[in-house]
Design a protein around this ligand. Structure first.
Ligand code: CMP
Length: 163
């Protein structure tokens, strides 16, 4: 009986370990420092926020998106009323595209970024500190593992990811 209870507890312990391991999985996510932030020379301050949160920048480049490239990237929003404004903004000045790596990187990055609308963002987040509006909101981050993989592949080859 006692041994059985012990095995049960041991089984529970293993399950908890597996759940923890799943939650602690190393992930990669795509981040974009948007034109409103590159224009104001905020790349370093934003990168410091990522690094302080334990995210590692394993790839990064500064590029100037064409309108067609911005439209392709944000294709999922093509029927939204802000699509034109969003894509013209993203193609208006340089952006910094980057891959962030870490435990639970997708959710962690979204935490560090804060809410899409800076008016709703928590203190200490990038958007609370730096964003100008819901459109000019300083950063983009992938929202799920599938989109992270697609968005990373849109900008980077495997050789450019240096973990
Ligand atoms: P992002 O995380 O890059 O994903 C889609 C973007 O659309 C979002 O950040 C916002 O910058 C932008 N967006 C969302 N709602 C609006 C809006 N009402 N007006 C302009 N841009 C918006």
């Amino acid at each position: 009986m006692v041994a059985g209870a012990g095995n049960y507890r041991c089984g529970q312990g293993l399950a908890a370990e597996r759940i923890k391991a799943r939650h602690m999985a190393i992930e990669r996510t795509l981040s974009i420092i948007k034109p409103d932030a590159t224009r104001r020379n905020l790349t370093g301050k934003i990168n410091a926020k990522f690094e302080e949160a334990g995210l590692r920048i394993v790839a990064q480049k500064r590029i100037f998106l064409s309108l067609a490239q911005a439209q392709k990237f944000y294709e999922v929003h093509k029927d939204r009323p802000f699509f034109g404004e969003l894509t013209e903004f993203m193609a208006s000045e340089p952006v910094v595209v980057q891959v962030l790596e870490g435990e639970g990187a997708i959710a962690k990055n979204r935490e560090v970024m804060g809410a899409t609308n800076p008016a709703n963002a928590d203190d200490g987040t990038i958007r609370k500190e730096f964003a100008l509006s819901v459109g000019e909101n300083s950063v983009h981050g992938s929202d799920a593992p599938e989109t992270a993989a697609e968005e990373i592949a849109y900008f980077f080859s495997g050789l450019e990811l240096v973990g």
